[in-house]
Design a protein around this ligand. Sequence first.
Ligand code: CFN
Ligand code: HCA
Length: 541
Amino acid sequence: EKNTAAKLEKIKGEILAKYPTKVARKRAKQILVNRRDTNGKMPEVGANVRTVPGIITQRGCSYAGCKGVVLGPTRDIVNITHGPVGCAYYSWLTRRNQTRPESDTDENFMNYCFTTDMQDEHIVFGGEKKLKQAIQEAFDLFHPKAISVFSTCPVGLIGDDVHAVAREMKEKLGINVFAFSCEGYKGVSQSAGHHIANNGIFTHVVGLNDTIGKGKFRINLLGEYNIGGDSFEIERILDACGISLVSTYSGNSSIDHFANSHTADLNAIMCHRSINYMAEMMETKFGIPWIKVNFIGAESTAKSLRKIAQYFEDEELKAKVEEVIAAEMPAVMASLEKAKPRCEGKRAMLFVGGSRAHHYQDLFGELGMETLAAGYEFGHRDDYEGRKVLPSIKIDADSRNIEELHITPDAKRYAPRKDEESLKKLESEGLAFREYEGLMPDMKENTLVIDDISQFETEKLIEIFKPDIFCAGIKEKYAIQKSGIPMKQLHSYDSGGPYAGFKGAINFYGEIERMVNAKVWSFITPPWAAEPELSANYAWV
Ligand code: CFN
Ligand code: HCA
């Protein structure tokens, strides 16, 4: 049965009816039927807003976004959590990002968990002394190139000056030491932590080194975190194309690569949500333009490679990229031929972070599967609705405008144009914007888009639609499985991956084909069906 707008609006009404009036009014802006109005306008989504206390959200905190997400996958920085041991412990290797040192002498600290383990005493008398000791101890034991400090909630509350401690220890030890004020309570989700991380690395690391990396086509890959080995597959493909990776942000990354990343010709952004700030700062300071790419899905991978080749305007590179795509596609198609007939027409729901709920729709699309409902935990309006950005303009060699544009003298060939006037002018000249897609315009009409979905809403969607697969994170996983629905984690990939690139697509097709055809879930009787007193406790039954 097809979902009509009227049917979906009715379901939305049913969900909202369970909430108190004020909460319902707020959630109404975050639960949308994806449909343009008669003027072709998309609905406006209420995103990046505070979760109503009492609602079970799946969001994380600012510290998670800074320490766990952006800095977590860097192998040779000693990351010290300044705070209670729990914050350190629960952000220790839970994200399944992998690492591959480049040589035997390369350090890898990712397997360790460093923390000041704050106690009552430090809350009362201050934790700066303990932090200094911890930095010293880490230095004495490991002699790292850099140490960074991440503040958890109590640090902000008691007012420890982590930046002053970092400066003092940097001076004393002669290595790079820098701190992040990423207290968990800042902002409304982990998204605030991404921003803090971007600012910190840009300020303390980018541009400090320009000695490594050669190659004709030099790019940074931003917003790719090597979950389940995704970066390894992307690195393999870029390498085959003759595209040199200066730095990733931050899957399988190292501090030297960050320090060198301003020498790249182009920033290719995968997860725009977590790292767009870095791209924009690099564009402004170093004149490095950025484009959006997506290596999730075989077709998307091919498209992204072509986009990169297009940027360099080099015939040889374009030919090489086509050669690589042609060499990779037969295996992809063979695997798709097997999986697609068993997946076609099945229905998925995707509720993940700030970019995957969008990117993974491409992979499901390749399998002929439809995404019935999707949303981010903490995406912003531009992630949902898409955004037009002005393209960088070429600066001619003897341009006198460089200073005016706030570009440093080592700026390469481009400068960003952001002001309204140039925007209008370019538009009137019919020059293309650097436009990027959003989750909503890319989804079919008459689907549901839900921001910061709650546990109650998740269970309700499952009850009403009985999707063939539900994709989310660990917090949702077991309730979904108990409801008899196959559940795939798109954060950690459970124990699977890589899913990026060509080989990743093949892995994903096989995994989803297996999952949506497994009968095992339909044999489950949820505990609340057998024990009515349990079901009485569930508001939705
Ligand atoms: S790896 Fe990324 S892709 S960085 Fe971000 S928005 Fe999280 S940790 Mo979980 S899986 Fe997720 Fe995205 Fe970007 Fe990961 S969809 S929620 S903060 N995310
Ligand atoms: C985070 C990390 C997380 C959590 C995943 C999950 C990740 O939000 O702090 O809920 O399963 O990808 O590891 O998003």
